[in-house]
Design a protein around this ligand. Sequence first.
Ligand SMILES: *Cc1c(COP(=O)(O)O)cnc(C)c1O
Length: 356
Amino acid sequence: MNWLESLTPPHIRELVPYASARRLATEGQVWLNANENPYERDLPGQLSGLNRYPDFQPQGIMALYAGYAGLAMDQLLVTRGIDEGIDLLTRAFCAAGQDQIMYTPPTYGMYSISAKANNVKALSVPLLKTWQMDLPAMLKAAEYCKLIYVCSPNNPTGNLISRDDIETLLEQTVGQCLVVIDEAYIEFDLPSSAVNLLARFDHLVVLRTLSKAFGLAGLRCGFVLSSPQIIQILQKVSAPYPIPLPTETMVQQSLSEQGIMAMQAEVIEINEGRDELQIKLKEYSFVREVHFGNANFILFQVADAATLMQALQADGVIIRDQSAQIGLENTLRVSLGTPTELQLFYSAMEKFEANQ
Ligand SMILES: *Cc1c(COP(=O)(O)O)cnc(C)c1O
């Protein structure tokens, strides 16, 4: 072991960092691998007054998002994306070397990575074959966990988690742990949000972001929605000035009535494109299965994922291989791009088919 390795604690030495879409691929013209909104916002940002620190919590953003979500301002925390929300939850509620979180793969990678980075154990309770929660197994382990992460619509499977099951999980875990619902993609199916359960359950936490439907992944802005008590505890571990001033002014515009209407119009378009993509994918002979999703991406299984990934990449089309996840052998995820981007994806798929 060299000097630096011996200075690094074992849990960091062993940590495999999140393979973000931007780390994995740096070349290509058609980006369909990170579930971003393909439509770019044109937001003039404030670039004056930068000699002063911003607010600890930007009041303008809070008021607008509280209105959008139908909550009071003390029920939300503004973060640098959901990823920071996950990190704050881990650090605020889990003691290093002692506590444990629960996650339900196949799902988003950061729940377990954030836990491991903080020397917190991550208990995996896989989803059932239907990609719904294994409630009996989860409830059995709930008392030994501080946080339970549920992602709905789930990434990468795309399906919604049953509302009845979420209610049961909440009812059975009062006083035991926090239940965290990651709603990164909820704008694509807003009536399914768990936000209205916040009125009944103080231990519910809902995570939201502007990175997906709102088209602002580059701005880094997300929200933790919960009971005021939980928000206050998270504030203790927050950075003193998490939200940059230019972010604050741009986010305010995207949360204006006009900004929200623009987002909703894009959601309708993207959802229509998704339903079309799903039908199209079934037509390729090498596609084994296409999974219906409620978000802005589609998961599909092919005969050989690695060769298809290579062929698409050679044509500049970047999608995401999910084959390493439990139960997702030879399975790929493609994000809804613009009609032009999807056309390039279809062309590359047809070329691959012709070479079979
Ligand atoms: C993209 C994604 C995130 C990350 O959101 P940010 O707000 O950009 O940090 C979180 N959860 C899920 C399920 C995602 O797919």
